[in-house]
Design a protein around this ligand. Structure first.
Ligand code: NAD
Length: 552
């Protein structure tokens, strides 16, 4: 039985033992599609997160996808082109059930303006990373990544945690909404600015944000008190980051850590320029795109100038993956790239070992299934400090949204071992239903994104998109259930290509084989990608785990 969804009553949360499709593999993908809408930001318009990241091209396309998933046999493959199903063809039971290509535009044409025009004509939609691939699990999906970044900063600069430290950030949307909780879990007093009061309220309702301050003075006083008491606290403030950041700088206050997760990547559908309301922006989206782009960029210039100011005064400042530096540089801030990107600054040694955000969703809808898998993780990886620390924290702090799910940073071999054990638990009836495994597209072999994931690679291979394409082909050859290739849409047009994968543990022997091949090969390619770029950690991993790397 689906569960009521208080946030979006028309989009119930899937679950229960009854199948509508002909098998659990198809049913699983259907439930994941339903789930991304149930936890999405604007499901009425199929928007899941990141301003424009959509689950399907339009409602007729969505209905056709649902019909196909319900009616298709296990030996067929559904083909989806930018959120629209275009074919249901006979393949074989070991082939993917769904393959997708979302928003891939030929190089010279891959520009925001071209994307908007194609979107207006109904020819394309952007899938974000996890929206179009039906893998999004709400703000919980990014929270460990955000937490790990805060902890790396804490270890390097602040003696191990962020207690007594002021973190300033902005953006309380689908992904940015994880920041207040991640900050609090790291011990910080974190101030999160968002222009849209509804987004702040939403994060408070789901338990990610504690307080909403009525004005900047009150917000700063609350933060100041928490810093003095070394008390973890998250405070939201409704306002424009392009005004609030410079105002904090003008007052001579220097936070310890500064970042931003507003949708700066999209100057039309994402960022709200200074002096405008959300509704004013909406009214300009069709006819005033040029005006909106110029105004957004001018505001981002002020926003980033304040961030650079904080950096000069000693704050730890980083780009959290939203192209904010790129937009500012285009607007004339020549030194915007003095701000480092989080991947290179904090996470690359993990990615070089293909340790990255791996996630699983309990298709039964039962939280007890996730609790059982949490126990399993602690049993299987007692010496993995990142995992054990994370699971204990996640259990205590993270409320479930939509289908109960968990994310944990696991690497080569670990993902496969966990998923195969889970498949056994499904088979034995120890879990109430099958479990779907996927990972973020921001993963070792899965993404080329020269201003985010692959910035300043050791060998200069930042912009080479062969890796995610190879990953997708390898995953199709390795029996994954869903394989997708995405490129950037909106302001991300031309900036990235990534690959996503989902594999369903339905307790069968065939699922065991699929999980083994797909998850093992996915991370193997990730390690090989970094070895190819010359990272020592990758060579160690290849030697330790016997990965089939061909050295030329
Ligand atoms: P979203 O569109 O759901 O939310 C963006 C939020 O920014 C909204 O709440 C909006 O009201 C607010 N906002 C816009 N302009 C503002 C302004 N001038 N001042 C204050 N608030 C403003 O997007 P999201 O899913 O939260 O993603 C945010 C950004 O992070 C995107 O660019 C996305 O691509 C990027 N991202 C990074 C990672 C990562 O791994 N680091 C992961 C996912 C997304």
């Amino acid at each position: 039985m689906p569960k009521a969804n208080p946030r979006h009553p028309d989009f119930p949360i899937p679950g229960g033992p009854e199948l509508r499709a002909k098998g659990w593999r198809q049913e699983a993908l259907l439930r994941l599609l339903e789930n991304v809408l149930s936890v999405g930001e604007d499901p009425d318009n199929l928007v899941v997160y990141a301003a424009l990241g959509k689950a399907a091209r339009n409602w007729p396309a969505h209905r056709a996808i649902v019909k196909a998933l319900i009616e298709m046999d296990e030996d067929q493959t559904l083909i989806i082109q930018s959120g629209k199903p275009v074919g249901l063809l006979k393949t074989h039971a070991k082939a993917p059930l769904v393959i997708m290509a979302n928003c891939n535009i030929v190089g010279q044409w891959a520009k925001a303006e071209v994307f908007y025009e194609l979107q207006r004509k109904g020819l394309i939609c952007w899938g974000g990373l996890t929206a179009g691939a039906w893998q999004y699990i709400g703000s919980q999906g990014v929270i460990q990544g955000t937490y790990e970044i805060f902890m790396r900063i804490a270890e390097r600069r602040f003696g191990g945690d962020l207690s007594g430290r002021f973190v300033l950030t902005a953006g309380l949307g689908g992904m940015g909404g994880a920041q207040p909780l991640a900050g609090r879990m790291a011990g910080a007093a974190i101030l999160c600015v968002d222009i849209d009061p509804e987004r702040a309220k939403k994060r408070q309702q789901v338990g990610y944000l504690q307080e909403i301050a009525p004005d900047l003075d009150t917000a700063l006083a609350m933060i100041d008190a928490a810093v003095k008491d070394k008390r973890a606290l998250s405070v939201g403030l409704v306002g424009n980051a392009a005004e609030i950041y410079p105002e904090i700088a003008r007052r001579g206050i220097v936070p310890d850590v500064v970042t931003d997760q507003t949708s700066t990547h999209d100057l039309v559908y994402g960022y709200v320029p200074k002096g405008m309301t959300v509704d004013q922006v909406k009214s300009l989206r069709d006819d005033g795109q040029g005006q909106l782009m110029a105004a957004s960029r001018a505001s981002i210039v002020e926003h980033v100038t304040a961030m650079l100011d904080f950096q000069r005064q000693g704050a730890e400042v980083f780009d959290n993956g939203n192209l904010i530096r790129t937009q500012a540089r285009e607007g004339g801030v020549a030194n915007a790239f003095d701000i480092p990107i989080f991947t290179e600054a904090y996470l690359r040694p993990l990615f070089a070992r293909a340790i990255g955000p791996f996630r699983w969703m309990a298709l039964s809808g039962e939280e007890s299934d996730i609790a059982r898998i949490d126990d399993l993780l602690l049993e299987m990886f007692p010496d993995n400090r990142i995992v054990t620390n994370w699971i204990k924290l996640a259990r205590e702090h993270i409320p479930f949204e939509g289908l109960p799910a968990r994310i944990a940073w696991l690497g080569h071999g670990e993902r496969t071992a966990l998923a195969r054990r889970v498949n056994e638990l499904v088979a034995s009836g120890a879990l109430k239903g099958p479990v779907a495994f996927s990972r973020d597209h921001l993963d070792a072999g899965a993404m080329a994104h020269p201003n985010i994931m692959t910035e300043r690679m050791k060998d200069g291979s930042d912009a080479i998109a062969d890796w995610p394409l190879l990953d997708a082909m390898l995953l199709c050859s390795s029996m994954a259930d869903l394989v997708v290739v995405h490129s950037g849409g909106g302001g991300y047009a031309g900036y990235m290509t990534s690959c996503g994968v989902t594999v369903v543990a339905d307790g069968t022997q065939a699922a065991d084989e699929r999980l083994d091949h797909a998850l093992t090969n996915d991370t193997a390619l990730g390690v090989i990608r970094y070895a190819d770029a010359g990272y020592d950690e990758s060579f160690e991993e290849i030697a330790a785990k016997g990965i089939g790397h061909v050295k030329v």
